[in-house]
Each structure stands twice: as structure tokens, then as C-alpha cells.
Ligand binder design. Structure first.
Ligand SMILES: Nc1ncnc2c1ncn2[C@@H]1O[C@H](COP(=O)(O)OP(=O)(O)OP(=O)(O)O)[C@@H](O)[C@H]1O
Ligand SMILES: [Mg+2]
Length: 575
């Protein structure tokens, strides 16, 4: 919780203002019953009309002033709580941008979303409630009791006894509801997780006729959430009438014993009205304060979840001092690289050695799950390797800042992902100021120019979320063009040609070779035909390099490669 106070500090002036306004508002509210008592005692009892009018006027003035304080108080607390909410969200987002993939996994995507939305909301609401409902309670209690005791000590006593009974009741309710509020938040996490999966996987779910199964699964999580909420409300359903009864008993006691006091001449009639009013105000604010108090543990749970994110040290950090890399012929090299996924027992890659030179194409081939994509994701440092070094332009990538490193890389992921916006927006993703000519050139190399030209709005065509209004092959080509717009030293194409037909694939490779100079090109492929003319082919098998060389060389001396090639190419092609 204390971690989050940091976010309120910039608003301390607003906070002080809110507290002052609350103080004035509370005193104003309490002054009105005192004036009522005066009107009754001095005005009505003696039939003094001018006194009634005068005091009534003062009352009106105070009512208006109190109203203004209340409005300003609410206004400033809204500024404070929304500002704090925004700052927390910004901090969460900034932090998340530095997270590695493992960091994300350790928290969970769905949970990240709940934390940034619902958790922050809870804190925001709690903040505004604490300011508006809880802070006035002690002021109201102290000032109200002083006023009540000044009217009549016995009456003050009745209010104190009621307060004590109420507090005991509140503690009992608190004990019962507290754990349930914790359950609500984790329940929300679960709902988000299922909903996310349900929405992103809707095609698979329908194709497999699993709609009912999924509905049951999602419903269970809704049901659990609802049951918890109902249990909480059941407790409140019993508690609320009890509290109301307590308030009524208090009023009854004041009237009863007040009547006796008046009979004895120890109190005036108007004072009873004032005391009832004080009692109601004190107890009302106390009830409010207790209700808000039940929100605090929930907000605290949220605050804890948010701090977890804010305090998580990103696994992949920049080296303190950055080495500058001189451009070199050897663009990329792996030296004895061994990598194991977190939690996995066996390394996916062991003792990998290879280097890629400027202007050359290096192809990586191997069965599914042999670690091709893993190699691709090690280069931009999505994961850190356990042993060995990866160098770009002769410099260990760990000594470069992540920004410098990633600036040098043009990356086409295996699963093409586009952002909502226009085609041009997407192509400019790696170079915001790219000209139309640059976009066209990249699109031409990526063989995307023709199909973009056929679209009614060309480069201004809208791309739906995730690029879902394009075919798999179109998406891949746009993703390739996006990487090419960016000037990079190393281009990585992770199985990016797989959704292209043979002709497009061949044209694309020819264009790449002709147009991209000075950069190393890494092509992960499944199809031997896509890589026959690569300068160097790396064959992955069982986490090690089974062969390295050109198509010809490998056919001769790498059995693993020959097997792959023979299964895909005809006798004539092999010859
Ligand atoms: N995030 C991950 N966490 C743990 N293990 C992973 C992760 N990603 C991949 N793996 C494992 O690492 C191995 C290599 O995966 P990788 O994605 O690199 O294969 P690939 O060669 O690209 O396969 P494909 O040709 O199917 O794309 C697989 O056995 C896979 O189970
Ligand atoms: Mg892969």
C-alpha cells in the first residue's frame, strides 16, 4: 500500500485542500441543527418572529456555504483520484514495456489486463470513498459529541453507547466479509482469462463444436463470482436492518430520556431535536466509514497486485555502459550458444556456432520443434541465453542497449501480427517518417505491392485488429514489407514464406537478394525449395547443428538434410 502513496504525493496540495474543505463542510453541517435548536428554544417558544427569520437566514447561508464546500470537495477529490489512477496506469504500462516474455508469463496476460483496469479502478474508487466518506467521520464524531455533550451530558452518553454497539457489530461483519472480498478479485482474474480465451479462440471452439463445453467453463467462473457476491450481500442484507434498528433505538432513547430531562428542567425542547440530528449525523458517517473500511482490504489486495508488477525487476536489463559497434562484415554470430526455456529440463539449443556475413542469406531448416523460432527470438534478446555469446557486428548483444540492438534488426515473426490502423501505418511501424516511395519499394520486394494496388483504398486500407481482414499470405507479406521499410543490419524471416505460393516465394527471394545489400538475411524455412540458393544452410536436429553448408554440400555430407530434401524434392530437382 505504501508503495502506492508515492502516486498521491504529486497531489498533496489537492489532498490538503480536500481535507480543509471536508472540515469546513462537516462543521457547517453540524451547525445547522444547533441553529434549529436555537429557533425552537428562543424563537418558537417565545413567539419571536424576527428572531426566527434572522436565524433562518443564517441557516440558509450556512446551508449554501456547506453545499459549495461539498461540491468543491467532491470536485477536487475526483481530480485527485482520477489523476492517481492515470499515473498508476501509466506506470504499469511503462513497466510492462520493459518486461521480457518470461516476465509476462510470470504474471499472466489476463492478470496484467485486470491489474491495469479493474484493480486500478478499485484503488481509484477506494481513494475517493476514503476522502469523501471516511475522513469526515472522525471530524463529525468529535465535533458532534462535543456539541451533544454541551447540550446535555446524558444525551452525549446515549450517543457514545450507540457508537460502541455499532462498532462491535461492524467488527463482526468485517470479519465475515473480508475474505470474501479477496475472492472477488481473483474471481475477476479467472473470468478475464476464460473470456479472453473464448474470444480469441472462437473459430476453433466452433469448428470443434465445443461451444457448450466453453459456455459451461465460462459459466462456472461467472457462477463462482456471483455466488461470492451473493454471500457478501446476504451478510449485508442482515446487517443493514440491524444497523437501522440501532439508529432507531438511539432516537427512541434520546426522545425518551430527553423527555424526562425536559420534565426535570435540565434541557430545552429544541435541544432534543439538535441532539437527534447530531446522533444521526455522527452515526450516518460512522456507517459510511465502516462501509468504506470494507473496501480498503480489497483495494489493498489490488494495490499489492499492482506493486507486484511495478516492483518486478525486468529479467532482461540493459548493460550499464553501452559499447558502440563498428559496422563489420560478420553481421551476426553465435558462439557456443546454449539456451533452455524457463522450467524446461533439456536445453532447446546446445552449443550452437555459426556466423552470417553481410549480403549473404543464411537459412535455418529443421523439423518442427527443433528450435528454429527459438534462434530467431534469441537475436533480438526476447530471451537471454544461458551460455555462450551472440554478437552483432562483433559486439555481444548483451552489451548493447535493447533499443540499439533492436534498431539493428528487421524481424518478421512466424505468426504475422498486424495492428489496427491503415496499411501505411503498419508499414511505417519501424520507421515513422518513411516516405510513400520507401513503403512502395518495401511492398514491391515483399510482393505485396500488387495486391495492395488492387485494394480500393490502396495503402490507406483499414487493417482490422490483428490484421484479420487479410489472408494469411497477405498478412505475411505485409509483415515482411514492414520489416523491410526499416533499415536493418540483420533481417530475420521466421518461416515467413510458408503461406506464399511457390511463384511468389521465388519472386520474393529474388527481389530480396537483388535489393537488400549490406545486411545479413536469416531465413527460417520448412521448404527446401525456399532455401536451395541460400549462401549457407544450417540444419537443426535434436537441439544441435547437424550440418552447415550450401545445398549441394549438405546433400553430399549431411544425412539429416538429405532426408529432408528427398522427402520434398523430386529426383530431377535433387540431381
Ligand atoms: N515459450 C516457450 N516456453 C517453453 N518452451 C518453448 C517455448 N517456445 C518453444 N518451446 C519449445 O522449444 C522447442 C523449439 O520450439 P521452436 O518454436 O523454436 O520450434 P521451431 O523449430 O520454430 O518449430 P516450427 O517449425 O514448428 O515453428 C519446442 O520443443 C517447444 O516446445
Ligand atoms: Mg517456429
Amino acid at each position: 500500500m505504501t508503495r502506492l502513496f508515492k502516486f498521491i504525493i504529486p497531489y498533496r496540495k489537492t489532498l490538503i485542500l480536500v481535507v480543509m474543505l471536508l472540515f469546513l463542510q462537516t462543521l457547517g453541517t453540524l451547525y445547522i441543527p444547533t441553529l434549529t435548536a436555537d429557533i425552537v428554544n428562543n424563537g418558537i417558544v417565545y413567539g419571536d418572529i424576527p428572531y426566527i427569520i434572522r436565524t433562518g437566514g443564517i441557516m440558509l447561508l450556512f446551508a449554501v456555504l456547506t453545499g459549495i464546500f461539498a461540491i468543491l470537495g467532491t470536485w477536487f477529490s475526483a481530480i485527485l483520484s482520477s489523476g492517481t489512477g492515470r499515473d498508476i496506469r501509466n506506470a504499469l504500462f511503462r513497466k510492462a514495456q520493459r518486461f521480457s516474455i518470461n516476465d509476462f508469463n510470470s504474471i499472466g496476460t489476463a492478470s496484467m489486463i485486470t491489474r491495469n483496469t479493474s484493480d486500478v479502478n478499485q484503488i481509484q474508487q477506494a481513494l475517493i470513498m476514503v476522502l469523501q466518506m471516511m475522513l469526515p467521520a472522525p471530524i463529525m464524531a468529535i465535533a458532534g459529541l462535543i456539541l451533544a455533550f454541551s447540550k446535555n451530558a446524558f444525551m452525549g452518553g446515549i450517543i457514545v453507547v450507540t457508537m460502541v454497539i455499532f462498532m462491535i457489530l461492524a467488527v463482526i461483519i468485517e470479519r465475515k466479509t473480508m475474505p470474501l472480498f479477496g475472492l472477488l478479485q481473483t474471481g475477476m482474474d479467472k473470468i478475464n482469462r476464460f473470456m479472453r480465451e473464448y474470444i480469441t479462440g472462437v473459430r476453433v471452439i466452433r469448428a470443434f463444436n465445443r461451444t457448450d463445453f466453453e459456455r459451461r467453463r465460462v459459466n462456472t467462473s461467472f457462477e463462482a463470482y456471483a455466488q461470492t457476491a451473493i454471500r457478501i450481500n446476504k451478510i449485508f442484507a442482515v446487517a443493514m436492518p440491524l444497523v437501522l434498528m440501532l439508529l432507531n433505538l438511539c432516537t427512541l432513547a434520546i426522545i425518551w430520556f430527553g423527555g424526562i430531562q425536559i420534565g426535570q428542567g435540565a434541557m430545552e425542547i429544541g435541544d432534543i431535536m439538535a441532539v437527534i440530528e447530531y446522533a444521526m449525523l455522527i452515526l450516518f458517517y460512522l456507517v459510511m466509514a465502516v462501509m468504506v473500511f470494507t473496501m480498503i482490504p480489497r483495494a489493498e489486495a489490488c494495490a499489492k497486485r499492482i506493486s507486484e508488477v511495478l516492483e518486478l525487476d525486468p529479467e532482461i536489463a540493459d548493460a550499464p555502459a553501452e559499447l558502440t559497434a563498428e559496422l563489420s562484415e560478420e553481421k551476426l554470430a553465435f558462439h557456443h550458444v546454449t539456451f533452455c526455456y524457463q522450467g524446461a529440463e533439456e536445453p532447446v539449443l546446445s552449443d550452437l556456432n555459426f556466423s552470417c556475413r553481410a549480403g549473404e542469406t543464411t537459412a535455418i531448416i529443421g523439423g518442427t520443434g527443433s528450435g528454429k523460432s527459438t534462434i530467431a527470438s534469441l537475436i533480438p534478446r526476447f530471451y537471454d541465453i544461458q551460455a555462450g555469446t551472440i554478437t552483432i557486428d562483433g559486439v555481444d548483444i548483451k552489451t548493447l542497449s535493447q533499443k540499439t540492438l533492436r534498431d539493428k534488426i528487421g524481424f518478421v515473426p512466424q505468426k504475422a501480427f498486424l495492428f489496427s490502423g491503415t496499411i501505411a501505418d503498419n508499414l511505417r511501424y519501424g520507421k515513422e517518417d518513411a516516405t510513400m516511395d520507401e513503403l512502395r519499394r518495401a511492398a514491391r520486394i515483399a510482393q505485396a505491392d500488387a495486391f495492395i494496388g488492387d485494394l480500393k483504398y490502396g495503402y490507406e486500407t483499414r487493417v482490422a485488429q490483428g490484421g484479420n481482414n487479410f489472408s494469411g499470405g497477405q498478412k505475411q507479406r505485409l509483415a515482411i514489407a514492414r520489416a523491410l521499410v526499416k533499415k536493418a543490419d540483420v533481417y530475420i524471416f521466421d518461416d515467413s514464406f510458408s503461406a506464399l505460393d511457390f511463384k511468389t516465394d521465388a519472386n520474393l527471394r529474388a527481389a530480396l537478394k537483388a535489393e537488400v545489400h549490406g545486411a545479413a538475411i536469416i531465413v527460417v524455412a520448412q521448404r527446401v525449395s525456399s532455401i536451395v540458393d541460400a549462401d549457407q544452410i544450417i540444419v537443426l536436429d535434436n537441439s544441435v547443428i547437424a550440418g552447415k553448408g550450401t545445398h549441394r554440400e549438405l546433400l553430399e555430407n549431411c544425412p539429416v538434410y538429405r532426408e529432408i530434401a528427398e522427402s520434398q524434392l523430386s529426383k530431377e530437382e535433387l540431381a
